[in-house]
Ligand binder design. Sequence first.
Ligand SMILES: Nc1ncnc2c1ncn2[C@@H]1O[C@H](COP(=O)(O)OP(=O)(O)O)[C@@H](O)[C@H]1O
Ligand SMILES: [Mg+2]
Length: 253
Amino acid sequence: MQQKQALCSQELEPAHNVVSWKNPIRTAVGWNDKYQIASTTLIIAVSNIKGGAGKTTTSIHLGQWYQQQGISVAVADADPQGSAANWCRFLDIESFLEPDSGVLVDRLLDLRESVDRIVVDCPGNEASIKDILDVADAILIPCLPGGLDLHATNQTLQLARRKQRAQQKRFAVLLFINRARKGTLLSSDVAEALRQQQEFSVAETTIYDRQAIANMPGQETTVWDCRDRAAKESAREFASLFEELETLLSAYA
Ligand SMILES: Nc1ncnc2c1ncn2[C@@H]1O[C@H](COP(=O)(O)OP(=O)(O)O)[C@@H](O)[C@H]1O
Ligand SMILES: [Mg+2]
């Protein structure tokens, strides 16, 4: 593990290696030179009813990114398959598996006392997502660039919309295109369609489809642990996406 982390810090761009104070969330008003960090504990649900959209991949990369920034984090795996909790074991990220959403909600609320960010890898089950959204502060939605996928994303957005209305306050919703293919128009068409829903934010950053990412779970690593060029590009994209997320969160916190 130590070896992996050493590799990580060598490979990070200087701008990502910004941990210049001990705990940015609890001790500072959350600023660094590139993006803002919200200063409260937040529960971030990574969700899309559609299976295979990239929820687990995104949750793990987000968890590791927070860890690299010196922000304390736990990844809650709400999917009975337990892939996220399993993956976290190889990365030394605090995590647990809790497929019972009733029990999970209590654990999430308890955890808020001890960590700054809780990333919830949501299952595709609508009832569980509703329970999780009850306590979540934000939802990050990976969207595949296809018409049918847009339909599944709309179902997820419907749940987010209900949550916003029930709370009568804005609730941070960030959508992004995952597995985009270079040189195709489909991704930008889908991003455009998503932007029509003005109450939600659509990330400027796109995560491209790369074999380097598809290989990750099997290798029990993340793109930050890999030396090849494609993985480095993906690492930059993920970092840029997560910076966008933090900037959005700081506007809502
Ligand atoms: N940007 C990407 N490029 C290539 N493969 C990806 C990408 N995002 C996810 N995948 C792959 O797609 C599959 C589904 O991703 P996963 O994160 O498990 O989705 P979910 O948790 O939503 O079911 C996995 O095999 C994963 O490695
Ligand atoms: Mg999953």
